[in-house]
Design a protein around this ligand. Sequence first.
Ligand code: OGA
Ligand code: NI
Length: 357
Amino acid sequence: MEASATSKLLVSDIASSVDHVPSNYVRPISDRPNLSIETSGDSIPMIDLQELHGPNRADVIYQIKNHGVPEKTIERMMTVAREFFRQPESERVKHYSADTKKTTRLSTSFNVGSEKVSNWREFLRLHCLPIEDFISEWPSSPVSFREVTAEYATSVRALVLVLLEEISESLGLAKDSDCKASNTLGKHSQHMALNYYPPCPQPDLTFGLPGHKDPNLITVLLQDEVSGLQVFKDGKWIAVHPVPNTFIVNMGDQMQVISNDKYKSELHRAVVNSDKEWILIPTFYCPSLDAVVGPQPMVTPLSYTWVRLCPQQELINEEEESHAVYRSFTYAEYYEKFWDRALATESCIDLFKASKT
Ligand code: OGA
Ligand code: NI
């Protein structure tokens, strides 16, 4: 353990005892949430998984219903997450670590080691693929935590694989039965964050998380009944209203890279409020750390690509199409940049552009 049980280093423990936000949470005036913004959720399309094929699938952010994750699984996940954060600090802090490479850890803000301004968030981050490699690290309190989280992670992974197949097809990548996603599960990574945003006395001065794009491939978010997630769409921030038993799906930077900019990662942020705690549970589906990410040869289904190093053959037709927008890199390289930059900029992707010849 890196923290003493009395240090009040977690924001939820600070939150209960202050009537203003400590100065390290106060953002520059030019970079604060405008809480009076329009909060219409109508602009985020709602898609039925059964109807995903077709023009809808080209969206980079949408809500999804009929997704196959049982209602009970969702409810249990949200309940156990809430119970986890309501435990005394002495229990939660057993999992505390500021080391961004740890596969199971509790922390606060984003990266306490490198950021200049703090964020009003406490989070538990878990690696969860394959589950058996990590489950013994996960909290054992509440007692149902491991079982509930494993069931949820498994179910969400199945949904992600369906989404990936659809996206593969929409990009014109072959759907080859020998290359089914399920053959390659062990080569992918899946992380979850249980994000806990306690009530904040001055929510107009700080963020739960500032605007950013996710570094991974695709994110599936479960939001509770409090609306705190906002996405940047058509030039403005809009709130995503929670709809029970749906997920929000957004693309991450690796989708932008391997699709050579056909899918763009989506800018989003978390705002806090003064009277309600809220919980957001993203599942981040990503390459394994040693995978080499690059725009894909058009014959390979998305879900299969990380088994082989890529680009493994001539990928982009230099004559007819555009050149490769990004250079190849390992996901480890990308991921390290993401944490080091501590959301000080919205995206890391510009650092990985191919050099123009
Ligand atoms: C998010 C998010 C970062 C992380 O909640 O939107 O991207 O890795 N969190 O925990
Ligand atoms: Ni995010």
